[in-house]
Design a protein around this ligand. Sequence first.
Ligand SMILES: Nc1ncnc2c1ncn2[C@@H]1O[C@H](COP(=O)(O)OP(=O)(O)OP(=O)(O)O)[C@@H](O)[C@H]1O
Ligand SMILES: [Mg+2]
Length: 371
Amino acid sequence: MDYNPFIFGKIVEGPQFADRVDEKEELIRALSSGENVILYSPRRFGKSSLAAVVSNELKEKGIPVGNIDMEYISTKRALAERVVSTTHEAFHPKRKDFMDKLKDLKDHLPSIKVKPFEDLPMSIEFDAPSVDEQKALEKAVQLPEIYGRKRKMVLVIDEFPFVVQNIGGNILYLLRGIMQTQKNVSYLFLGSSRSMMRDIFDTKTSPFYKFGKKMYLDVIPHDDFAQFIKEKFRDPTISDESVELILDATGCHPYYTQQLCHEIWDSLKEKETVTKELFDEAMDRVLTREKAVYLEILDSLPGTQMRMLKSIAEGWENLYSKDSLMVLNMSSGTAQKAVKALIKKDLVSKKNGDLELEDPFFEIFVKRNVL
Ligand SMILES: Nc1ncnc2c1ncn2[C@@H]1O[C@H](COP(=O)(O)OP(=O)(O)OP(=O)(O)O)[C@@H](O)[C@H]1O
Ligand SMILES: [Mg+2]
């Protein structure tokens, strides 16, 4: 049998990437016309993958694109090095060119001794310990604008909220101060923690308040995802009913759909067709594997939040009605506080006015196990 065609937990591109046609178009249009964009979605909806696909298409159009992941950048100096390397590489992606054009960099950063990594020639570090971190970072963040005079560039910054968590201090003010005046760079900001993204981009007192156009990523449309699954399950095959079972369980969530399909595929024998029984077994295996994580989350919740989580998982119509509050055994104020806390923890989100659990498998687990 062929290799498992369902991938989850890493960036997907090419044949592993379904749909997102409109979102792709909108992002490409905004970024190539100089706008900054903030891309929001619940966890694991495919932000990083969409950014990768968009980056490739922009590069094909001749636009220099750099991608910085903030998650493991813990100092100003490391951030400065990353910005410089990424920008230089966006304009000079070929190794020889990258090395030959280092002079351009030194014109802008004369006081900072730049040396390319020996084993990783596409990266750069500053000569320690003479470098003043703060100055180096300021200079580094100006570089995309200076290079951008030749050709406007796009910088994708993934896991942006980590910049506050890892570096802290005045970092947002420093970045905003430089970035807001730039005309030749479009920034695309992403982040997996929605509450932190909201703190940075939607809070009036934050330096990044309203820094760009907001875009929201939804789940993948049902029919497109069904088509995607059927194409991948050509041999072994899958019936329309089984596709429905899968999409019904996952709510078309990109990550969990791929995870469940991956699990089902692994259990199939050659020429076998996906049945309800195989689907149930795969679902049970996934829930068993996630059990420890789910229990840990439940253990951390106070009783009010746990009860609220359960009623949201069950899809109660009106959480704040007199009857609901009586069953929940809480006042309306307590109920609202519990909902707010669950949203802040990224466990629950609002979709078309209704609350739902972000992780569809956790929802099934809560329904089955929380009494
Ligand atoms: N367009 C897509 N088509 C099919 N599967 C997708 C698509 N986008 C995402 N996925 C699935 O979702 C998983 C997570 O994608 P990705 O890492 O891009 O999401 P993310 O929103 O950046 O996640 P996080 O919130 O953790 O940063 C992928 O590994 C893949 O299984
Ligand atoms: Mg991501």
